[in-house]
Design a protein around this ligand. Structure first.
Ligand code: SAH
Length: 223
């Protein structure tokens, strides 16, 4: 039993951020400590973002929980999911556990090579078999382009703020699928984007947020 993690999850439940049993179980199952830097292990179960180097952060637990609740109905057995700006790799593991696993697949796309390596190392602690089986896969690339080869995706999580919704991600969103994405410069809004069976797009603004920008690698590293 991990008391600190339990307390964190219980608080998120009390605050109403966690609404469902499955999200609660998944947050208890993925050990955030395995996804934060050595110097921050002591802060692993605090509800705020932590630096992971390269001007990136692992998002706060309440944002992870919030995103998983919004994507819950789309993270089903047999589907493919995409995590853009996968950073620490935390959400790749969490999204994978949300799905009934067997034939499901989560692909993370991250543009900082060192973070690709770091996230694979983090994931290998508890999800080595899934990495081997390519049920969880981290791709080095520009997340604004998505990952066409494995699309379309029932669920897309974007963990960095885009100035406008990337067209490629809209294209790779499956019919009946859902994307959650922070959008905007400065004042960002968290958007929920649904594509219906006819391919029609519906966008809802759900929350004001602050995310690292979804940008060029050089801009991120030398801004
Ligand atoms: N969900 C991640 C969030 C990491 S922060 C977590 O909780 O760990 C956002 C990430 O987006 C950073 O790792 C950053 O390097 C990445 N990123 C920013 N712009 C990108 C782009 N154009 N392509 C791929 N990754 C990008």
């Amino acid at each position: 039993m991990n008391n600190k993690l339990e307390k964190l999850v219980q608080n998120l439940f009390k605050e109403g951020v966690i609404k469902s049993e499955i999200v609660k179980q998944v947050l208890l199952s993925v050990d955030r400590k395995q996804f934060v830097d050595e110097s921050d292990k002591i802060n692993a179960y605090e509800d705020y973002p932590l630096q992971i180097g390269f001007n990136a952060t692992i998002s706060a637990p309440h944002m992870h929980a919030y995103s998983l609740e919004l994507l819950k109905d789309h993270l089903q057995n047999g589907v493919r999911a995409l995590d853009i700006g996968s950073g620490s790799g935390y959400l790749c593991a969490a999204m994978f556990l949300m799905m009934k696993q067997q034939q499901s697949k989560v692909i993370g796309v991250e543009h900082v090579p060192e973070l690709v390596e770091k996230s694979i190392k983090n994931l290998s602690l508890s999800y080595n078999q899934q990495l081997k089986d390519k049920q969880i896969q981290i791709i080095k690339g520009d997340g604004r382009l998505g990952f066409e080869q494995e699309g379309p995706y029932q669920a897309i999580h974007v963990g960095a703020a885009a100035e406008t919704i990337p067209q490629k991600l809209l294209e790779q969103l499956d019919k009946g699928g859902r994307m959650v994405i922070p959008v905007g410069k400065g004042n960002q809004v968290f958007q929920v984007i649904d594509k219906d069976q006819n391919g029609k797009i519906n966008i809802q603004n759900v929350l004001g947020v602050r995310y690292v920008p979804l940008t060029d690698l050089n801009k991120q590293l030398y801004n």
